[in-house]
Write a protein that binds this ligand. Structure first.
Ligand code: SF4
Length: 554
């Protein structure tokens, strides 16, 4: 990738010329350009920064960068994948900035970060950031920059204390964490003094104009795609789902005021459209959007969308996708067992799954991708047998479809009702069992790496003690073995891997993100958890879960 990549960009906004005394900002994506520029979040935040005359912004990726200031005042990271932390540390080193916030002084920029990974649980990375922005960027970013500009000439400590007063701006160094033992759970999380808010509230944008691409380029991982956000969050609230719980409430883009103008401006420069959102087909005017996209002037447009809600797959949707050069559709069923779907609050019946496949085939699609999960809390072997049975039933009902089942392991996520459950160590065996049963039937079974799920869970439920571990691991490689090696080296300085990953945590244990308030209070999450455990069977095979059920339901 050469610097010519920037020249290939078609901008859909006009950057503002920076004023003479503008603050210099480096805005980084901790991965290669082709990946970063395909992130809608990165595009949108970059454009907002670049439209402020009080900032001079340069972009930085791991492979290329724009001309960088010798002494930036701010260095921002948009973080959308957990393991990109390795690249954050590398980029800090390449810019000669100390890795830890505590080692930075007046000569160094304020290092800020945002994005889904940090909003969910910033704690494993907290020591690397001076500032973390929690929540939607729409208002939060300007609030952050405006406050920074107001205190720009004061010293670093005064800047951080002022920024801590901005809703949604989290300054990790201003909170003290104490532990019951060095390798035990958290005992207390406290601001360093009374002037610092005890709780930081994630910020929620409530407008009906949602995000759309600010740049289109052939160098993006999804070549020349124009992305438009149709909905934000998901009203279904599956109990494990970060995409729903972390971003509540469910919001929809106005058809006339947001979606159509965005699509028109994007399709003036490209013929590839991505409809983004956790549940796009649940937009109340989705049918009208399809009618709009079905106009003959858009016949050559290729469009794609993320997974859609199973019972919204009708023949019209399938026909529209086919007309626009998409041959497959993805639906998340989680499990073939209705009981497991009740546990996770997936409001879906087996006959609706079969009907979706029949509709997809009738509409001319050639492939159906299903997503499932193994190791869901309360799952038993019989539930897996039901997953196998439904896949067979789909094959029978829609024999013309090429079937794929992608299957991940349940991973607990902060701010969801399942945050207290650990990863089921049996999940790996269960994935193998599904594979053994399904592949001989001609089903393309694609398990997600179990080891990767373990690493995800570690980061997802990690606390600040992990920062030392993460610094070590990056020198060992990114396999689970590397993490185990680092845990061994740091034994007795932090809890074992099993504590973070596999243990079911009592609900009165202080969570690493206890001081960071998500959309729903803990009392509501506990109620949702209790409604899930009601569906647990008395004879489930996971011993620890039996104990957990008692511990979890107050
Ligand atoms: S339907 Fe999908 S996006 Fe919505 S809450 Fe459930 S898993 Fe999440």
């Amino acid at each position: 990738m050469s610097f010519a990549a920037f020249a290939a960009e078609q901008l859909l906004f006009t950057p503002t010329a920076a004023a003479v005394d503008a603050a210099s900002v480096v805005f980084a994506f901790p991965n290669e350009y082709s990946i970063g520029i395909t992130s809608l979040g990165y595009q949108v935040i970059w454009a907002r920064l670049a439209q402020r005359p009080d900032l001079q912004v340069s972009r930085l990726f791991t492979d290329i960068h724009e001309s960088l200031p010798t002494k930036p005042e701010l260095l921002g990271f948009s973080v959308s994948w957990e393991l990109d932390y390795i690249n954050i540390l590398r980029l800090l080193e390449s810019l000669h900035i100390p890795l830890r916030a505590s080692q930075r002084g007046e000569a160094h920029p304020l290092v800020f970060g945002g994005g889904p990974v940090l909003t969910a649980n910033p704690e494993p990375f907290a020591d690397f950031f001076d500032v973390v922005l929690l929540g939607d960027g729409e208002t939060l970013l300007d609030d952050f920059i405006n406050t920074y500009q107001a205190v720009r000439t004061t010293n670093r400590t005064a800047q951080l204390r002022s920024l801590a007063q901005v809703p949604g701006v989290y300054i990790p160094s201003l909170y003290t964490i104490t532990y019951r033992d060095l390798d035990g759970p958290i005992a207390c999380i406290q601001p360093i003094d009374n002037a610092i808010p005890a709780q930081v509230h994630k910020q929620t944008y409530r407008g009906n104009v949602l995000s759309a691409s600010t740049v289109v380029t052939e160098k993006a991982a999804w070549e020349n795609i124009f992305m438009v956000e149709v909905v934000r969050s998901c009203p279904e609230m599956c109990r494990f789902c970060l995409a729903s719980y972390l971003t509540l409430p469910f919001r929809t883009a106005s058809l006339e005021g947001s979606l159509i103008p965005a699509v028109e401006s994007g399709l003036a420069v490209t013929h590839r459209l991505g409809l983004l959102g956790a549940s796009v087909t649940q937009h109340p005017e989705f049918e009208d959007l399809l009618d709009y996209l079905n106009q003959s002037k858009y016949d050559s447009v290729r469009f794609s969308m993320a997974s859609v809600r199973t019972n919204t797959v009708n023949q019209k949707l399938a026909e529209t996708l086919v007309k626009h050069d998409t041959r497959s559709i993805t639906i998340a069923i989680e499990s073939g067992s209705e009981r497991v779907r009740q546990i996770v609050n997936k409001k879906l019946q087996n006959d609706e799954i079969i009907q979706a496949a029949v509709n997809a085939q009738a509409g001319g699609l050639s492939a159906l991708k299903l997503y499932g999960m193994a190791g869901v809390p309360g799952e038993e072997m019989d539930d897996l047998a039901q997953t196998i049975a439904i896949i067979k039933a789909i094959k029978q009902a829609a024999p013309g479809l090429r079937l794929t089942l992608g299957c991940s392991t349940f991973v607990p996520k902060a701010h969801t009702p399942f945050q207290w459950f650990g990863v089921n160590p049996q999940a790996q065996k269960r994935l193998k069992y599904l594979q053994k049963q399904l592949r001989p039937q001609g089903i393309d079974f694609r398990p997600e790496s179990y080891n990767w799920s373990v690493i995800q869970a570690l980061i997802s439920r990690g606390d600040r003690r992990l920062s030392t571990l993460l610094e070590l691991v990056r020198h060992y490689g990114d396999t689970l073995g590397s993490y185990r090696r680092a845990f061994k080296e740091l034994r007795s300085q932090l809890p074992p891997l099993e504590f973070y990953v596999h243990a079911d945590w009592p609900t009165d244990q202080i969570l690493p993100w206890e001081h960071l308030q998500g959309p729903l209070p803990k009392t509501t999450l506990l109620k949702h958890l209790a409604s899930a455990t009601e569906h647990f069977s008395n004879s489930h095979s996971r011993d620890s879960l039996t104990e957990a059920k008692g511990a979890l339901v107050p």
